[in-house]
Design a protein around this ligand. Sequence first.
Ligand code: ZN
Length: 286
Amino acid sequence: MVCAVGSNPDDLEETRFATTTPSQTLGEAISFFKSAQKSRGQIQALGIGTFGPADINVQSSTFGFITNTPKEHWSNTDIVSPLRSALGDIPLAFETDVNAAAWGERKWGAARGLDDFIYITVGTGIGGGAVSGGKILHGEGHPEMGHLRIPHDTQMDPFPGSCPFHGDCLEGLASGSALAKRWNCNPEELEETHQGWDLEAHYLADALANLTLTLCPARFILGGGVMEQAHLFDKVRNRLARRLAGYVSLPELEKFIVPPGLGAQAGILGAMALAQDLILTIPPRP
Ligand code: ZN
């Protein structure tokens, strides 16, 4: 859990702690915010970017809840109400972590000036957030790009996949957890020349091809621990171009698939950007 109080990337008071049980974790967040308020004054708005699945529909009776997550202790947990009762009835934005990160990249990072782009994190799990027409893309709920189905040639890759819901979905085949299980080691220990990286790029490129064909983004931002393997970027770019076979005209590949401009701070800065948007829409007090 990362919490911060501030107003921009250069004015950020941040803390990080382990996500344990909801009451302990939210309790730590609340004490951080309360103590920050003592030194900085009243917090004006709160932005939350959470792991999912989460209910982000403000009309829903379970708005602000984590829903059916496999994460222990967190299934069907209301995370908005405890924060709201502790911090007062301030404007509050509740989004997925990847949607928040996408928004942060648009305000301060690698997607400045873009109305159509996709942010994907490839870490323990895989998640994606899209900005389409200048707005965060929602449907009835939030997209779940990590669980896209992609071709899985079981002759080439007999690993059955690690997603508890779908087995060999994108996350089941290409997340950091999938890499660790398939190769039986910490993925960071795999040499740059290991065949596992070609396979990883192959799966990511398939997902990016589907997303390109669905949403026509101007850019993909690929973040998360697995993408810290910088050599993966060119592998994904080349495979994507081959996959689309010239049917779609793509921008210059080095600008089409890029790392996050905000690094690991994309999520927390994005949550701050979401909160700031709320402040800007509130009419000034007379
Ligand atoms: Zn899945």
